[in-house]
Design a binder for this molecule. Structure first.
Ligand SMILES: C[S@@+](CC[C@H](N)C(=O)[O-])C[C@H]1O[C@@H](n2cnc3c(N)ncnc32)[C@H](O)[C@@H]1O
Length: 373
């Protein structure tokens, strides 16, 4: 049996998106970000003309809803060009993921039926894999195109808990260094695993959360910092003795936001294991995707109330962050835990309703096109 501390450091225990389709329904920004790089994926897919069959993988796909239109459009592009090669698409995520909703979505039993490409196109086969992406998941040389969106900022294991914040962006220097070291090892494992899986000429396109050239990151692009707000409200629960010090500390996100330099380091060194494994970086860029909930509010400021805005923004933060706070309360019974979690998000929501200025969840992604030579 793992001891309690090991349990709270384990990424799999503190990480899962809310299930039953909640994640993709409440995460319009993640879908917009994916849709915005379709051109890069089209370029990658059209470079695969020599491959006998096409095997795609979507690493860290959650319920599959946010990337469904992208895959639909890519398959449609191939088929409309008369390309009828067999296509296998493998969705990967952690074993705790809601694969059931994913499979239903692709078969047209859930979500957008028109985009249910498994039903709408012939010779397309959908599979799932519940093993983490830090290891090799597919037979050597069998992958033609790997894709991953907004997933590889999760570290395989938290190197420590953060004492005075909930996220590494607010951690002290020594804690930050530990996260940086863990994330560097993880990035190398991710890349070496993809290098094994990819066939020569195959591509890996990923868009990951990170820190851009201007120091911006998710929810921190000019106004309030979302992670500071999480911390402020979690801390207020500690100050009011609603949670214990241990529960406060245990709500440490198992995430590291790499800088562009951290992402590119293995490619810049020609003697690195990654370069020697045959991976070549074709391009690296950064992108800001506006918070769709903020955009809608600004467009409809006459008809939308501050409450409407707050009611739309908080669920999107909740869809991916709730498990972190819930896991920190794992010693409590369910009702007590629910009450604490609900009051925590309600306090954040009420703050946004009082004064929406500066609140948003803009996305910052680092986008990389990688080729296996
Ligand atoms: C924020 S969601 C992104 C989902 C989707 N790709 C998107 O862009 O909307 C991150 C996903 O990564 C998954 N994930 C985190 N660590 C993982 C790992 N080691 N292996 C596989 N999936 C992982 C999570 O379970 C979650 O479903």
């Amino acid at each position: 049996m793992p001891n309690k501390n090991q349990k709270t450091l384990n990424t799999q225990d503190v990480l899962s998106m809310k299930g039953a389709g909640y994640y993709s329904k409440k995460t319009a920004g993640a879908k917009n970000a994916i849709d915005s790089i379709q051109e890069i994926l089209e370029r990658a897919i059209l470079s695969l003309s020599q491959m006998e069959m096409l095997r795609f993988a979507d690493f860290g796909a959650a319920d599959g809803g946010t990337s469904q239109e992208l895959w639909f459009n890519l398959i449609n592009l191939l088929r409309s060009r008369g390309d009828n090669r067999a296509i296998e698409i493998i969705y990967t995520d952690l074993a705790s993921n809601d694969f059931s909703t994913l499979f239903k979505t692709m078969q047209g039993m859930h979500g957008e039926k028109d985009l249910a490409y498994q039903r709408n196109f012939d010779n397309v086969f959908v599979h799932g894999c519940g093993t983490g992406f830090h290891q090799q998941l597919l037979a050597a040389g069998s992958l033609t195109l790997g894709f991953s969106a907004t997933a590889m900022h999760y570290v395989s294991e938290k190197p420590c808990q953060i004492n005075n914040h909930v996220h590494m962006v607010g951690a002290d220097i020594s804690e930050k260094k530990q996260f940086m070291a863990r994330a560097a090892k993880d990035w190398e494992s991710i890349l070496l695993s993809r290098a094994k899986e990819l066939s020569p000429g195959g591509r890996f396109v990923c868009m990951n959360f990170g820190i851009d050239e201007k120091g911006r990151y998710l929810g921190n692009t000019g106004g309030h910092s979302m992670f500071d707000k999480f911390n402020q409200h979690w801390r207020a629960h500690l100050d009011k003795e609603i949670i214990t010090r241990e529960e406060y500390i245990n709500a440490t996100f198992a995430q590291h936001y790499r800088t562009v330099d951290e992402f590119c380091a293995p490619f810049k060194d020609h003697m690195s294991k990654v370069s020697k494994a045959g991976l070549k970086l074709l391009s690296c860029s950064t992108k800001l995707t506006k918070c769709p909930y903020r955009t809608t509010y600004e467009k409809n400021i006459q008809s939308m109330s501050k409450k409407d805005f707050a009611d739309s923004l908080i669920p999107t933060t909740r869809s991916w962050s709730e498990t972190v706070f819930r896991t920190a309360l794992s010693e409590r019974d369910e009702n007590e835990g629910n009450e604490i979690i609900n009051s925590f998000y309600e306090n954040y929501r009420a703050e946004v309703e009082r004064d929406p200025d500066g609140h948003a969840m803009d996305y910052i992604h680092i986008i990389m096109e990688i080729e296996k030579i």
